[in-house]
Design a binder for this molecule. Structure first.
Ligand code: ATP
Ligand code: MG
Length: 326
């Protein structure tokens, strides 16, 4: 840790993770293609992509479990190929399927893992105590691992990743298979860990990413499609300038007047709803808000207006736009 601080002083850019043109080939499958990204100190990065996109493969390369076919990565300045042990010392990894030893008790397992990670003497006991406390495992310390619920198994996986208090946590689908209550608990745990650690996590739960991540990397088919803050990603979407309206009256004049509003690109008639309400969608430049102007148009005609809504794109919209293949 001391060493990392020294490193950060030397380099003004505090990249916790830096990957350069990473490739991974499995026979004829190119699972990861030319992946380059940076993760700065203290960022919480959501690593998103459809099934088979290359998330786990990328994480395994970062953690040294898989050698890249080409390219490289540095963790806290240490090259994963030239200095694998140094690089590993700076990170904790929670794999997709946490491989736990079912016939061990929670504390035995964590002791065993701590020793495997090179901790010794008093620090083993101290670290195991700390991670069990941090992950809410105290009440389960003597439970046999095979008796644990899925949520507690995930906690053991997280506790394992935390041993040695690495600066960087790489978590592969930490909430996979959990119920909504457990998801919330693990999310809170990750959020609290993020105060002291840089975190990269993969997940399919986009609302989760919106809640806890300050950066999103979208990967599809082995390639990075986007890397930015959630706000920048959603703000740039076509859907960001969409307003929908429901009013009762004639269509033609209203559609013409709405089209005349600056920044409006297109008016779409979505249909007549029960009761004679006309539903229109106003498509305008991303980042604009045409609600007031659109409502004023309807008011000029003195038509009843019951609905004006500005569509706020979610990360899900971004995800779908970037990864659909139709
Ligand atoms: N050991 C392997 N041998 C051959 N192909 C593999 C291997 N591991 C992964 N792949 C392939 O590489 C591609 C990327 O897989 P990866 O597991 O990285 O995807 P993922 O984004 O983690 O998906 P998921 O969301 O399902 O976990 C897939 O086509 C997968 O079948
Ligand atoms: Mg995976």
């Amino acid at each position: 840790m001391v060493e990392y601080k020294a490193y950060t002083k030397e380099k003004r850019a505090m990249s916790m993770v830096s990957t350069e043109h990473l490739y991974k080939e499995f026979g004829r499958i190119m699972a990861v293609k030319d992946v380059s990204f940076e993760v700065e100190l203290s960022e919480i990065v959501g690593f998103l992509g459809p099934n088979g996109a290359g998330k786990t493969t990328t994480m395994k390369m970062l953690t040294g479990y898989l050698p890249p076919t080409a390219g490289t990565a540095r963790i806290a300045g240490h090259d994963i190929i030239d200095e694998p042990l140094e690089a590993r010392r700076h990170m904790g990894y929670m794999p997709e399927n946490v491989p736990l030893y079912d016939d061990m008790r929670v504390y035995e397992y964590l002791y065993y893992r701590a020793k495997l990670k090179g901790l010794f003497g008093k620090s083993v006991r101290q670290q195991v105590g700390y991670v069990m406390d941090r992950c809410g495992l105290d009440s389960k310390r003597k439970s046999m691992i095979h008796t644990l619920s899925k949520g507690y198994r995930q906690r053991v996986g997280l506790a394992d990743a935390l041993l040695g208090e690495p600066e960087l946590l790489i978590l592969d689908e930490p909430t996979n298979g959990l119920d909504p209550n457990q998801i919330r608990q693990i999310r809170e745990l990750i959020r609290s860990l993020a105060e002291e650690h840089t975190v990269i996590l993969s997940t399919h739960i986009l609302s989760e990413v919106e809640m806890i991540c300050n950066k999103v990397i979208i990967i599809d088919n082995g390639e990075i499609k986007a890397a930015d803050t959630p706000t920048n990603l959603t703000g740039g979407l076509r859907a960001a300038g969409r307003v929908s309206l429901e009013y009762k009256g004639e269509l033609e004049g209203v559609m013409r007047d709405l089209s005349a509003i600056p920044s409006v690109k297109k008016i779409i008639f979505e249909g007549t709803l029960p009761g004679g309400w006309q539903r229109l969608v106003v498509r305008a430049e991303p980042g604009t808000d045409t609600r007031e102007k659109a409502a004023a148009v309807i008011r000029r005609y003195d038509y009843p207006l019951r609905h004006v809504y500005r569509h706020i794109p979610s990360l899900e919209d971004v995800f779908v736009e970037m990864t659909r293949h139709d």
